[in-house]
Ligand binder design. Sequence first.
Ligand code: NAD
Length: 339
Amino acid sequence: MQILVTGGAGFIGSHTCVELLKRNIDLIILDNFYNASPKVLDRIETITGKRPALCVGDIRDEALLDTVFAENDISAVIHFAGLKAVGESVEKPLLYYGVNIEGTVKLLSAMDRAGVRKIIFSSSASVYSDEAACPFSEDSLTGCTNPYSWTKWMIEQILTDLHRADDRWKIVILRYFNPIGAHPSGLIGEDPKGIPNNLLPYVAQVAVGRREKLGVFGNDYPTPDGTGVRDYIHVCDLARGHVLALEKMEELPGLEIINLGTGKGSSVLEVVSAFEKASGKPVPYEIKPRRAGDKPECYCDPEKAKRLLGFETEYSLEDMCRDSWNWQSKNPFGYEQPE
Ligand SMILES: NC(=O)c1ccc[n+]([C@@H]2O[C@H](COP(=O)([O-])OP(=O)(O)OC[C@H]3O[C@@H](n4cnc5c(N)ncnc54)[C@H](O)[C@@H]3O)[C@@H](O)[C@H]2O)c1
């Protein structure tokens, strides 16, 4: 069995490739390096002793997709490739709908032509409505506030319709909560280009001295310390969830939506404090106004992942901060060192 991993050079994709290779599952990465470095391949090889096959290209390139399916013996696809910055999606909706939706439709069409009808799709907790209450279960009300989240929501709908039309499809939609941390080796991790959009890379860049201080958006939410609460999950736990989904896919009824999170919320200030402890570095911060569209709290009910996949998280918030710092301190500028 060979797995096509779109976006396999990215943050979650690279960690999932390591998990697959560790289990001797053969794979090929399709990535255009829009938000990744080719150096990831060397690092994956150092960790696993195996170099994944690579196809450099765009998921919107139909001819390339047909060639990839024709030339390889692919049995399933794990589809990470896409754009993920919420703020950028508000400014450039056509780019986001183009890459995420058009890219996914072209990928699914190429899979159908090739007779490969098994896919694991990266969705997001951001599809849950502001009206829904925590913990979010897979049946909680959905509804989005920005183009990025709408692309995830719409792709979920496309996959649902596809499965309804042709029940040969096996589809697992994984709704991730907040992936952080890094591989314990410190060789691969999150390497955002420009100003980080997510909390952890920002905190790590402050601790390593690349940025002066963290902006904390709102300290008057109805949460224990007033700052936003999120369900942080170690990226290696998340990666393992994909391998379990792949292994269980055949037994699942056809299409399943599954949350991947710890089920536990941590506030921004709890994360800052855990990171300071793990790194031994101060993380100065400044309270700023709330950001439009931010939920006060977002954490999952992890019961379905446990029931269907046997998935339970292993890493604590302290582990996540330790591994994040290990990656950041060994690679202060990510994969590309400045001249
Ligand atoms: N990181 C998160 O917080 C989070 C949360 C929920 C869902 N997700 C989803 O999980 C997936 C992976 O996220 P990530 O954090 O690893 O992001 P990432 O940006 O690190 O990885 C995405 C990868 O896709 C590649 N890519 C982008 N456009 C492409 C295209 N047109 N053709 C081929 N490759 C392309 C990028 O180069 C990158 O390697 C994304 O779909 C994202 O929306 C991420």
